[in-house]
Design a protein around this ligand. Structure first.
Ligand SMILES: [Zn+2]
Length: 160
């Protein structure tokens, strides 16, 4: 088994991420659970592999920092939850430097981390669609003075 996908390393990463109220807020909503149910986890893992290869792994990913939607596909939600959404987050949280292509092991680590987060989510009862995140987005739109409260979703995150 590749050291990059070591179980303890994955659990360690998930434990660190769970210390972030921002990351913890991401949950699979009804829509993403329906996608998993329709496709099956095996295909979702294949999607993760392809999405990471196309959108995160290149040395200079297109639209880096904004390439991962907040919801819709379970892998997108998992990417935000696991700080594998962009190269800034990947560097900050997982020590994987930006500006160069991911190695095979790094890609395997990211995909395994996403898979493990999805497993953990599916083991929990469904919650309503990621409402806290959406409510905050709406509030920001309605009242720009609230913007300070709202982490910039597409900026490299603070470990808040
Ligand atoms: Zn990011």
């Amino acid at each position: 088994m590749s050291a990059a996908a070591d179980r303890d390393e994955l659990d360690g990463a998930l434990a660190r991420l769970s210390g972030s109220t921002f990351r913890r807020r991401f949950r699979l909503g009804a829509r993403e659970r329906a996608v998993i149910e329709a496709k099956g986890l095996t295909r979702i893992r294949e999607h993760a592999d392809r999405l990471i290869a196309d959108r995160l792994a290149p040395a200079l990913p297109r639209n880096d920092g904004k390439q991962t939607p907040m919801r819709g596909h379970p892998v997108f939600v998992a990417q935000h939850a696991t700080a594998t959404c962009c190269r800034g987050c990947l560097a900050k949280w997982h020590g994987i430097r930006a500006g160069r292509a991911l190695t095979v092991d790094e890609r395997a680590f990211v995909v395994a981390l996403i898979g493990r987060w999805l497993d953990a989510q599916l083991a929990q009862p469904a919650v309503e669609d990621a409402r806290p995140v959406r409510a905050r987005i709406r509030r920001k739109a309605a009242n720009p003075s609230d913007a300070e409260e709202m982490p910039d979703l597409f900026a490299p995150p603070r470990k808040s």
